[in-house]
Structure formats: structure tokens, C-alpha cells
Write a protein that binds this ligand. Sequence first.
Ligand SMILES: C[S@@+](CC[C@H](N)C(=O)[O-])C[C@H]1O[C@@H](n2cnc3c(N)ncnc32)[C@H](O)[C@@H]1O
Length: 213
Amino acid sequence: MEDKLSGHRGAIKADWDQNQYYAQAEAWVAIFWAEDSLFLAQFRKLNLTAVLELACGHGRHTGQILRLAGVITLVDINQSNIDACRARFEGEGHLRFICNAGNDLPGVADASQTAIFCYDAMVHFELMDVLDYLRECRRVLAPGGRALLHVSNNGENPEGHYQQNRHWRNFGNIDVVRHFADRVGLRVLSHQVFEWSGEPMLDGLVLLEKPVA
Ligand SMILES: C[S@@+](CC[C@H](N)C(=O)[O-])C[C@H]1O[C@@H](n2cnc3c(N)ncnc32)[C@H](O)[C@@H]1O
């Protein structure tokens, strides 16, 4: 029998397979990349030699850093999104593509990444999957490597399904993410809470670092 966590993960996966969001979201990518964006201020603290984008969708963020990065690894739970990114970035020799199981980074070598980022996606994930991804970040980051993660700070509806919540934010909490990060061996360099579409304090952004020693 499928366990409850897998059931929620599978439902979230299905929601983001072939969604019209991808075409529409291209229009508001500036939230993340405009000069005054709080995301960009933190993103500039990443070393892009070997960068992994988790939950890449159709690649609107990788499109912004194509000429700034060394090797880019795009990861997503939906094969349709990986296929869309392959088509979008055809001919770009410095990209790798991985379809994963929703809580892992398969085929990514230990200590191989200088940076990981995840925008507008982890806010929807099951909190237990966020914990698994933090462990994976600790594993695949090189010493001194950093992860910039946009997470949910929605404390409502802990037993519910994410679609019942404001802006489909799953149950989450920035301080719990900080705690998880600390306990799996990542240093919290910064953390911010901010509004999303007029909902105060709904989202969070954490910048984490794998210690050098
Ligand atoms: C709202 S879209 C955002 C896509 C992209 N980050 C963007 O901002 O355009 C959510 C993304 O998360 C992916 N996703 C959902 N659950 C996931 C999981 N557990 N692990 C990895 N990716 C997941 C979806 O396939 C989709 O690409």
C-alpha cells in the first residue's frame, strides 16, 4: 500500500506535469532576477562553477544564468519538465539533466556542487521531503558550497493537502528548516521571511553553507 507521504508527493508531482503555469510564469520571472530582488541579492553570494537547479520546471531560472555558470545540473520530478528543458537548451554543452524521485539527487556525486538553488517549488513540497533534500544538499555540496532555498512559512493545516492552502503553500516553517539544516550539518548564513502575492510572511528564503571542515 502506498504510504501517505508518497501519496501527497505523487499528487504534487501530477499537478506540475504539463501545467499552463510554465508559459505564464515566464512573465513574472523578474520577481527573482530584477536588480532590487531579495532573491538576487542572495543569489549573488553563490559560486556558479557547478550549480544545480532543483525543480527546474521549464527552465526559466536556468535561462537567466546560462552564460554565468560553469556546469548546470537541472533536476525535476517530472520527466516532461526535463524534456522541455532539454529542448529549450538544445546545443548547450554545459548542462546535465536528471529526473528524480522527489526527495533525492541521484547521480550527483558527493561534494561535487558549488551551489544549489530552488525557487518557487519547495514552497509546495512535503516538509519531510524538504528534510531529505537538505540531507542531499549536505551530501552533494563541496565544502564551502551553498544552497539557496525558497521555502514555505505556512504554519496552517499541518494534516491537510497543499492545494487547500494559500497559494498552494505546503505546511512549512522557516525556523524548522533552519533547525533541520543545522542538524544535518549545514550552516545557516541568512534567512528571510516575506510576503507572497499580498499574504504576509507566507514564504521564506534560506542561504545555507556546507562547512569547510
Ligand atoms: C511551481 S513549479 C516551479 C518550477 C520552477 N522552479 C520555476 O520557478 O519556474 C514547481 C516545480 O517543482 C517540481 N516538483 C514538484 N514536486 C517535486 C519534488 N518533490 N522534487 C522535485 N521537483 C518537484 C515540479 O515538477 C515543477 O517543476
